[in-house]
Design a protein. Structure first.
Length: 448
């Protein structure tokens, strides 16, 4: 389609070029022949016979009113009148192109002799001078059209080839992206599409595709991890439950039905707790935060500490107006889990500190227990990981509380880590402050 369109456009251009060249050549010939005719008329002697023209190739004839040749130049001698009819009327200067049968066309100018000269030399009979030149071979043999046609075809071929090259070069990244996308499957989402340089639409498409594949890969990995963890954690209690039920069926006389049902209820409760917490982790990890609300971390910490009436006392030290944007329920769950964990391992005191640090809000939960070994400080945030001391203090725990806290902090674009402390475990959560909140916070004011 592009080649046909190019051919049509170039054909029109070639037709216009042919007309332009022809008109330009004819215009030059008309000017030259007019000059020859006027010079010949000016060279007439007393007897009315002009001097021979300087250029031997010029066709010059003097004709009378009946269009008979009176005299002619050497090149036009013996030829019939160059044109007809005789230039009569008011127009004494005419440009003509005469094409005799079987002969080359002649481009000529017909000039009537002035009436004064006609009366002087021929008793007032009108005479005219024909001055012409044969049409150049470029026009007479149609070589101009041939050259233009060849040029049109060559330009069409060149344009088509250039368009093909440019289109192929432009679409090559698209073809590579398509080929790579066909190789990507759910089993292997590690492949990425080629990303060309630049900022054009194709490069932006490749970057957007790779970003989408990153999110898809992360989501699939999380789902696989979720399914693997759930199946791993549920396999043991479900296997124990099935064994108990099978024993109750096989040994009906020796089994206490009440004890069997009670054990089954406790097992199902544990399975339900695991599933509920895993669903909470998955929901926080994958769900987008819609319309975050301002949350005062100092107020939230004091409220949660006040609710912990049992166990080791909790002391809060918080700056005023440490406000972040986020989900209040999720942040409340983080503080609850951190306080429950701290009270479980503390000996006599839990401290909670809320403050600003540059453009971040920092929440610290510190207990005075035995602390966490450096090699275990990241493991405690993995789902279902429970250290030996944790299993001893809370046998019914699922090991998902700290994992949920880490996921929630990540969802709020923050961090949650275990940092060094002289004694006990020191959990530090850092969340970004809204733009301008740190500058507007003023001097720290501590309250209890």
């Amino acid at each position: 389609m592009s080649a046909v369109l190019s051919l049509l456009v170039l054909t029109v251009i070639g037709f216009g070029l042919d007309l332009t060249v022809r008109n330009r050549i004819h215009s030059h010939l008309f000017i030259d022949t007019q000059r020859v005719a006027t010079d010949w008329i000016a060279s007439m002697g007393p007897n009315g016979v002009p001097e021979p023209p300087a250029a031997h190739e010029d066709l010059v004839q003097l004709v009378d009113s009946r269009n008979r040749v009176i005299t002619a130049s050497r090149a036009a001698s013996g030829r019939a009148p160059l044109t007809s009819p005789f230039p009569d009327g008011e127009d004494g200067l005419q440009y003509r192109i005469d094409c005799p049968d079987g002969d080359r066309c002649v481009v000529l100018t017909a000039v009537r002799v002035l009436p004064v000269q006609s009366r002087l030399f021929w008793n007032g009979e009108p005479h005219a001078v024909y001055a012409g030149r044969p049409e150049p071979g470029l026009l007479a043999t149609h070589r101009l059209e041939l050259f233009i046609a060849i040029g049109v075809l060559l330009m069409t071929a060149g344009w088509t080839w250039a368009s093909w090259c440019v289109t192929g070069r432009t679409l090559r990244p698209v073809r590579e992206i398509r080929e790579r996308v066909t190789e990507i499957s759910v089993r292997d989402l590690s492949l990425r599409v080629p990303q060309p340089h630049g900022r054009d639409e194709i490069a932006e498409l490749a970057r957007a595709s790779n970003s989408f594949l990153d999110r898809l890969d992360t989501s699939v990995r999380q789902q696989r991890h979720f399914a693997s963890m759930v199946s791993h954690e549920l396999r043991t209690p479900l296997a124990g439950l099935r064994t108990q039920l099978e024993e109750a069926l096989l040994y009906r006389e020796e089994t206490d039905p009440y004890e069997t049902i009670s054990t089954a209820v406790r097992t199902t409760e544990r399975c339900q707790a695991i599933i509920d917490e895993m669903l909470t982790v998955a929901r926080v990890r994958t769900a987008a935060t819609h319309q975050p609300e301002p949350v005062n971390l100092g107020t939230l910490a004091r409220e949660e500490a006040a609710a912990r009436t049992d166990g080791v006392p909790v002391h809060v030290e918080a700056e005023d107006e440490v406000i972040v944007l986020g989900n209040r329920v999720q942040l409340c769950s983080v503080l609850t889990n951190l306080l429950v964990n701290a009270q479980r391992h503390a000996c006599g005191r839990v401290d909670v500190m809320v403050r600003r640090d540059g453009d971040e809000a920092v929440v610290t939960v510190l207990d005075d227990g035995d602390g966490i070994a450096p090699e275990d400080r990241e493991r405690v945030f993995e789902p279902f990981v429970r250290l030996k001391d944790g299993r001893r203090r809370d046998p019914k725990g699922t090991g998902l509380g700290l994992a949920l806290c880490r996921v929630t902090a990540d969802a709020h674009h923050g961090t949650l880590r275990v940092e060094d402390s002289p004694r006990g475990a020191r959990f530090v959560m850092r969340l970004p402050l809204p733009a301008g909140a740190a500058a507007a916070g003023g001097a720290p004011q501590l309250s209890r």
